[in-house]
Design a binder for this molecule. Structure first.
Ligand SMILES: [Zn+2]
Length: 227
């Protein structure tokens, strides 16, 4: 009764299309659930995500879960996850993608899941890193340790999109670093971000992780876009 009343006063909306959720629906409506633009990247050795790093950094495995389209379901999901504190979206997508990655995880034997870090100041403003719940869901379902202490961000920089390529590269070089001990040698790191666009951020993160002796890198993102 109270629950019905609360639903009436504060109706739960779909995080993908804003329509009213039915009683048996959570996070997103059935239409959005069936309409999620899954990339199936994990089934392809060479895919759009892998190609971003080809000849730039050695990547063992890389894949994005969803295609990101302007004004599409995925853009709404990412927006709600990132700016509206709907961290349950990360859990939902992480639980889903972990199923798809089960065989891959067995094959590659990932040592640790590493989130692309936010700078402390951004983290304080937002209150959370938007990839945390996605990472935690992968970690729990695939039994891979989650480590958000190894990789950190140095400088506070505004969004990189307005800078030109050269400036971006300069920023990227100094943006990330690692603190490691001998215990971190010989590991296979699964680096995770929300959206891959140019791949510059992930490239910079991977380069920092590759300072660790015998490190191997794999990459997973929630979404993929070219622009
Ligand atoms: Zn929907």
């Amino acid at each position: 009764m109270l629950k019905n009343l609360l639903n009436l006063l504060f109706p739960k909306l779909c995080n993908g299309c804003n329509s009213l959720l039915l009683k048996n629906e959570a996070i997103i409506c059935s239409t959005c659930r069936h309409g999620l633009p899954l990339t199936q990247h994990h089934n392809l050795k060479d895919n759009y995500t892998t190609n971003k790093f080809y000849g730039i950094i050695p990547v063992e495995f890389s894949a994005s879960m969803l295609f990101f389209h302007k004004e599409g379901i995925v853009q709404n999901l990412i927006h709600n996850l990132k700016y509206r504190k709907h961290q349950e979206i990360g859990t939902f997508l992480g639980n889903w993608y972990a199923e798809d990655l089960k065989e891959i995880a067995k094959k590659h034997d990932f040592s640790e899941i590493i989130p692309v870090p936010l700078h402390k100041k951004r983290l304080q403003e937002r209150g959370y890193n938007q990839v945390t719940t996605f990472c935690e869901a992968l970690s729990k379902n695939l039994h891979i340790n989650y480590n958000d202490k190894l990789l950190f961000r140095n400088l506070y920089s505004k969004t990189q999109t307005k800078k030109n390529k050269e400036q971006r590269n300069e920023v990227a070089k100094s943006l990330f670093d690692v603190t490691f001990t001998e215990a971190d040698y010989d590991k296979h790191f699964l680096l995770v971000d929300d959206v891959i666009t140019s791949g510059a951020t992930l490239e910079a993160c991977a380069k920092a992780l590759l300072k660790i002796p015998n490190a191997k890198i794999s990459i997973v993102t929630i979404a993929y876009t070219d622009s």
